[in-house]
Write a protein that binds this ligand. Structure first.
Ligand code: PLP
Length: 361
């Protein structure tokens, strides 16, 4: 069987054990004579799957009482609009931090619904760092503060979550959810598209503090109102059933590894191997400031676009897939989400070293 190391930013690799388990069960799930894809979302078998998925996620992230977990559709991009539609109150104000392309999209969408202030930005330096945010910068009358905890394209991440006091903190955690331990109680709302650390694309996870539910205006479409999904246990309409099943398998895999604490150790090791190789390299370097480096997405550049292209092409022939950087940063980007094994990162570093030796000759 051919498998490659896929460094794609998303959809990304899934753990092999998860794919094998899904393969085993795909035609006849638990002797039902049906695939999970064919089960009614109101059946007992599917109820067990969604209940277990939520239970495991709560356990893995230590989600406190007083928070709801919603399994919905629309991707993180839909949340860019759903968040302001639900959370902007009579003041209609929110504060955003602009740390890259995805933040910008969130800001653009939110501006359709209220008065949006950008309280900090790293656009001045091509988003190569995370700007400082402290309580004094936040409007105490804002309905929420929005951050992107990991910037998938630029390869930056918050090393510390800002303290927003009484103003609820909303986070787009699409590209680093489940990668390291976080204190959920610091957030009012967390959302994430599934297709990096959770499962296949098509599922969106929202973790929301209960007091933030039920604030949407009367004319909010039912599908975009958190209350709808909260009251129906994510079963208002047909949810992405197979995606939820796959997420459950991923959560089981994470638990079997020892949970997020162990996953974080592995992720730190993987990132350290790659950042160290970049420090040592005479050709490639990280464009990101040291105090803002992501564990999940690691861009690197040389000073020649021809060399970058040759690297990406040769890497692909060695089973190292999708290393081309995003067009806004250039060069390469290695996305090393939870499912990327340490061997994948080691293979990349070995290839980098060989490439460099050949180049120098
Ligand atoms: N936010 C971040 C940080 C992302 O990385 C992405 C996709 O890569 C998105 C939002 C958009 O997610 P979706 O495609 O689920 O709408």
């Amino acid at each position: 069987m051919k498998r490659v190391y896929n460094f794609s930013a998303g959809p990304s690799m899934l753990p092999l054990q998860v794919l094998e388990k899904a393969q085993e069960e795909v035609v006849n799930y638990r002797n039902s004579g049906m695939s999970v894809m064919e089960l009614s979302h109101r059946s007992g078998l599917f109820t067990d799957i969604i209940t277990e998925a939520e239970k495991l996620l709560r356990e893995l992230m230590a989600i406190p009482e007083g928070y709801k977990v919603l399994f919905i559709q629309g991707g993180a991009s839909q949340q860019f609009a759903t968040v302001p539609m639900n959370l902007l109150g009579k003041n209609g104000k929110a504060d955003y931090v602009n740390t890259g392309s995805w933040s910008k999209k969130a800001i653009k969408e939110a501006k359709k619904f209220g008065t949006i202030r950008v309280i900090a930005s790293s656009e001045d330096d091509n988003f190569t760092y995370i700007p400082a945010v402290d309580r004094s910068m936040i409007d105490p009358e804002a309905d929420y503060v929005h951050i992107t905890t990991n910037n998938t394209i630029e390869g930056t991440a918050y090393l510390e979550i800002p303290d927003t006091g009484d103003v609820p903190l909303v986070a787009d955690m699409s590209s680093n959810i489940l990668s390291e331990e976080i204190d959920v109680s610091k957030f009012g709302l967390i959302y994430a598209g599934a297709q990096k650390n959770i499962g296949p694309a098509g599922l969106t996870v929202v973790i929301i503090r209960e007091d933030l539910i039920g604030r949407a205006p009367e004319n909010c479409p039912a599908m975009l109102d958190y209350k709808t999904h909260s009251e129906s246990g994510s079963l208002y309409n047909t949810p992405p059933t197979y995606g939820i099943y796959m997420a459950k398998l991923v959560f089981e895999w994470l638990k079997s590894l020892g949970g997020i604490k162990e996953m974080e150790k592995i992720n730190r090791k993987k990132a350290q191997i790659l950042y160290h190789a970049l420090e040592e390299s005479s050709i490639f370097k990280s464009p990101v400031r040291k105090d803002s480096r992501s564990l999940m997405n690691i861009p690197f550049v040389s000073d020649s676009t021809e060399l970058d292209a040759a690297f990406v092409k040769e890497a692909q022939s060695k089973g190292l897939e999708t290393l081309k950087g995003h067009r806004s940063v250039g060069g390469m980007r290695a996305s090393i989400y939870n499912a990327m094994p340490i061997e994948g990162v080691q293979a990349l570093v070995t290839f980098m070293n060989d490439f460099e030796t050949n180049y120098e000759q």
